[in-house]
Design a protein. Structure first.
Length: 277
């Protein structure tokens, strides 16, 4: 607990725990819909918005947010209006946005620390105002997702059935894409473009291993994310390593542990069934 006596660690904890909960809850729907590539694609494509904002001397975070939302809308349009598959639409946006971002970075004069911050994240540099805003926005987004959880959950599990039963299913899908993109943009400040998708995928994937229901998966994903954030921040402080990298590595190790336990259980079950036969 001694690390919390420092203001920068307090801010990091507030922002990390709140945004970690949001990204994990978003991840539940993303994993169930089998669109794990979505968060990664949006994050990398948003580099164009961050680079454009730096060139215009504007707020890079705002530029990344605008780009993330626009690219999410383009993915939706490519899927719904042009019949592109989800993977193809995300791949097109991912590569195009990343390419545009690299072009803009090449145009930017001199060395820009803002770009490095958004590439790799800098959770320890977050101020109190940013931390509080992150907490409030995260709580709002989680509340909206919780309210729409059944409709989004059905879309994730069976989109055709969801569209047949709900006339507004497509609108709900678009709104989910919007919330996911906005959540990714918020998380980029913490973990960076390179690592933010891990905060979406890893907690939800861990929760899926041990959950027996959709509701349980949501609760466990958020709980796992908070544990990863806590241990990652503590590890970064005591080991003097990057906070974003530490958080992701803690989650990855936990996932590998669950995967190993699951594999052992499956092998033991097969061996036991073979013995009975």
């Amino acid at each position: 607990m001694e690390i919390l006596k420092y203001a920068f660690m307090q801010n990091a904890a507030i922002a990390g725990l709140s945004l970690g909960a949001l990204l994990a809850y978003v991840g539940v729907f993303v994993v169930l819909k089998k669109m794990s590539f979505f968060g990664d694609g949006i994050a990398h494509a948003s580099l164009a918005g961050v680079a454009a904002a730096v060139l215009l001397n504007a707020d890079p975070g705002f530029g990344g947010m605008v780009a993330a939302v626009l690219f999410a809308a383009l993915i939706f349009i490519l899927e719904e209006k042009f019949g592109a598959s989800g993977d193809a639409a995300i791949g097109i946006i991912f590569t195009s946005g990343m390419a545009l971002g690299l072009v803009l970075i090449g145009v930017a004069p001199g060395y820009r620390t803002e770009l490095t911050s958004f590439l790799f994240g800098n959770i320890l540099a977050i101020g109190r105002t940013e931390a509080v805003i992150s907490a409030v926005v995260s709580a709002l987004f989680i509340a909206i997702l919780f309210f729409l959880r059944k409709r989004i959950g059905l879309l994730a599990l069976n989109e055709e059935l969801a569209v047949a039963e709900d006339k507004r299913a497509k609108l709900v899908k678009f709104f989910f894409y919007f919330l996911t993109a906005a959540s990714v943009a918020l998380g980029m400040k913490l973990l960076g473009i390179i690592l933010v998708s891990a905060a979406i995928i890893i907690p939800a994937s861990c929760a899926k291993f041990v959950s027996r229901s959709f509701a349980m998966m949501g609760v466990l994903a958020v709980l796992f994310s908070e544990v990863f954030m806590g241990f990652g921040l503590a590890g970064s402080y005591f080991l003097n390593i990057g906070a974003g990298s530490a958080i992701v590595l803690v989650g990855a190790l936990f996932f590998l542990g669950l995967q190993s336990i699951h594999s052992v259980k499956v092998a033991f079950k097969k061996k036991k069934e073979k013995g009975y036969n």
